[in-house]
Design a protein around this ligand. Structure first.
Ligand code: G6P
Length: 618
């Protein structure tokens, strides 16, 4: 939520700031702004309601000679999206500018205190208090030293932040701070960079410094010393060995590459993503998950597993529960992080917690990991983003290696996370003695066929396009399924409402009779996930029930299923797959269906309204 970038160096700052913002736009896009520190010692702020493209246009109209600046793309938390509430925010004097990702929970108290001291506020954001706090500190206790002013300001804040600060007096320096919101830094010959996410560094550098919570950094550039980046702990002590890592994504991975939108590209990338994840995973001794570093005794002792996640990743958790319980015979509880964090949990030293998060930055999921750590559980992260907060919080990490996912609606990360869950389930099943090595190998070989099956589904996008008329006039829709199909239905409904703004409710097909069936009348679209599985006949009865009440049925069925074909209005066909892998294959149809419906309804595919890909606030 909200993306920030900063730069100081030998080049003009604006190009990096605008490009960086564009790559971070998935984090929020209701307004955007930039603050440039001109060599002449003043700050120019340009900000506007709307997207980074609108900001870019505005910037074309001005000329500022500035080699240092900060910028922001916003997802509103406090204060409606508007020019006034767009970041950067400044103090009364206009001598400093602040960008912020996070929430300052005690901003009301601080605002009152600062207003009493004579500060006047221009926005209704929580962030603006930071600018005035800094101004107050610079004038008094910090005696003009921004580093000290920042330390003092931070000691007054509660909540979460990734901050960028520039001051007119220092035209080659920017300050950043982190607590609870991600922030990465980099230095090259050209300058020093800060960003909410490594994607902003694509094409600039592969070597990244990860800031830790509580730290502050000063990034400077001078002709003599080049770019420098000094990191300090909150008490001012210098950090000599910052946490660094290398990215192995190439810059092209984050570009559209000829596709009409990132979602189309990411849907198409799924076979490759799955192949990459499966590479070298099977050895004569079974599934190779070196990442886990957990002994067979420890695995045998696991008494229960909590899987905690949000959104699409939560649906992966539902899938993972079924295969772990059925193959490894370990009880699994799946929870949505935002609820889980306020519930009592039953943890012993033998409890394993698995957090699933594409971005690795979802605030609620991270809070769950911390909660489970504090309770004594081991935490394993399944994530897509190398060096993310989840990866650093966890005791072990399985990276799904799907490559950068830009579209807000998750697709390739979803299927890759499911495949990671399969690897984990097979690994646990074998180590607990619940599955013989031979069966593990057979299942792995079946799994290796999944990319091919997805490729086949990808050629059938026309079936999804053909089904879009069923949704055009609708106000609502229902997604039904049983067993694994219920999970696929849940993910399909989420995809549809996320990007097409058409209400979509998912329900276990059998449970539908206890309420949602009342929704159905003539022409009501019902997507039924009905592959060739052990509950197919039961699901077919549910198709009959909704049909009898006038529903338009869009059925996800297996090739050659005559019965389902007879009773459905539209067919989304999948090639035959083992029941436990069918959700990985079938969901691809529902991703394409959501995209076609969204296109037909004229929606922005990659940046749906009100959403953000990385939800870094609770
Ligand atoms: C947001 C996104 C969803 C995503 C969810 C969890 O709501 O819009 O697409 O599934 O966050 O994100 P995570 O990065 O933790 O998987």
């Amino acid at each position: 939520m909200c993306g920030i970038v900063g730069y100081t160096g030998k080049n003009q700052a604006l190009p990096f700031l605008l490009n960086g913002l564009a790559t971070l736009e998935y984090r929020g896009y209701d307004s955007a702004g930039v603050a440039l520190v001109s060599g002449a010692g003043s700050i120019e702020q340009i900000k506007c309601l709307g997207r980074v493209a609108a900001l870019k246009k505005l910037c074309e109209e001005i000329t500022v000679d500035a080699t240092c600046g900060i910028a922001h793309t916003r997802w509103a938390t406090h204060g409606e999206p508007s020019n006034f509430n767009a970041h950067p925010h400044s103090d009364c004097s206009g001598q400093l500018s602040v960008v912020h990702n996070g929430i300052i929970e005690n901003y009301q108290e601080l605002k009152q205190e600062l207003e009493k001291a004579g500060h006047s506020f221009k926005s209704s954001t929580d962030t603006e208090v930071i600018a005035h706090l800094l101004e107050e500190n610079l004038q008094h206790e910090a005696h003009g030293d921004m580093l000290v002013a920042l330390q003092l300001a931070i000691s007054r804040l509660t909540g979460s932040w990734a901050l960028g600060v520039v001051e007119a007096r220092e035209p080659h320096t920017l300050y950043v701070a982190r607590s609870g919101s991600p922030l990465v830094l980099a230095t090259t010959e050209d300058g020093a960079y800060a960003a909410s996410d490594i994607t902003a560094f694509a094409g600039i550098t592969n070597h990244v410094v990860n800031m830790e919570d509580g730290q502050i950094a000063r990034l400077s550039y001078s002709k003599d010393s080049g770019a420098t980046c000094k990191i300090f702990e909150s008490d001012g002590t210098s950090v000599s060995n910052p946490d660094t890592f290398d990215i192995d994504w190439d810059a092209s991975a984050a570009t559209m590459g000829g596709y009409p939108d990132f979602m189309a590209k990411e849907i198409a990338e799924q076979p490759e993503a799955v192949r990459r994840l499966l590479k070298n995973r099977l050895t004569p001794d079974g599934i190779r998950l070196d990442e886990l570093d957990i002994s067979t005794d420890e695995i045998a002792a696991i008494d229960r597993i909590y899987i905690v996640a949000c959104g699409t990743s939560y649906h992966v958790g539902l899938y993972a529960r079924t295969i772990i319980e059925s193959w490894a015979r370990i009880p699994v509880i799946v929870a949505q992080a935002s609820e889980f964090n306020y519930e009592e949990v039953l943890v012993t030293q033998h409890t394993l917690c698995i957090i699933i998060t594409q971005s690795g930055e979802t605030a609620d999921t991270l809070a769950s990991a911390r909660k489970m750590h504090a309770a004594g559980a081991k935490v394993l992260a399944i994530t897509n983003v190398v060096g993310s907060s989840a990866a650093r919080e966890a005791d072990a990490v399985v990276y799904v290696q799907a490559g950068p996912e830009v579209s807000v609606a998750s697709t390739k990360a979803y299927t890759a996370q499911m495949v990671a869950a399969v690897l984990l389930a097979l690994f646990l099943a074998e180590k607990t003695g619940n599955m013989r090595l031979k069966e593990v190998c057979t299942k792995f070989q079946e799994l290796e066929r999944v990319p091919q099956l997805i490729e086949e589904v990808l050629t059938r996008g026309w079936q999804d396009e053909a089904a879009t008329p069923a949704f055009i006039e609708a106000n609502s829709s229902l997604f039904l399924g049983r067993g694994f199909g219920a999970t696929t239905a849940a993910e399909g409904a989420l995809k549809l409402k996320e990007i097409s703004y058409l209400h979509a409710e998912s329900y276990p097909a059998g449970e539908m009779k206890h309420g949602p069936i009342a929704l159905i009348d003539q022409g009501f679209p019902v997507v039924v996930v009905c592959p060739d599985d052990h509950v197919r006949y039961k699901t077919i009865s549910n198709i009959e029930e909704v049909k009898a009440r006038g529903a338009v049925v869009i059925a996800l069925a297996t090739d050659g299923d005559q019965k389902v074909a007879q009773i459905s209005d539209y067919l989304l066909l999948v090639p035959a797959a083992p029941e436990y892998f069918s959700p990985i294959v079938g969901v691809v149809h529902l991703q394409m269906l959501a995209r076609f419906v969204a296109l037909a309804r004229g929606c922005d595919i990659d940046k749906p309204r009100n959403l953000a890909k990385s939800v870094t606030v609770e």
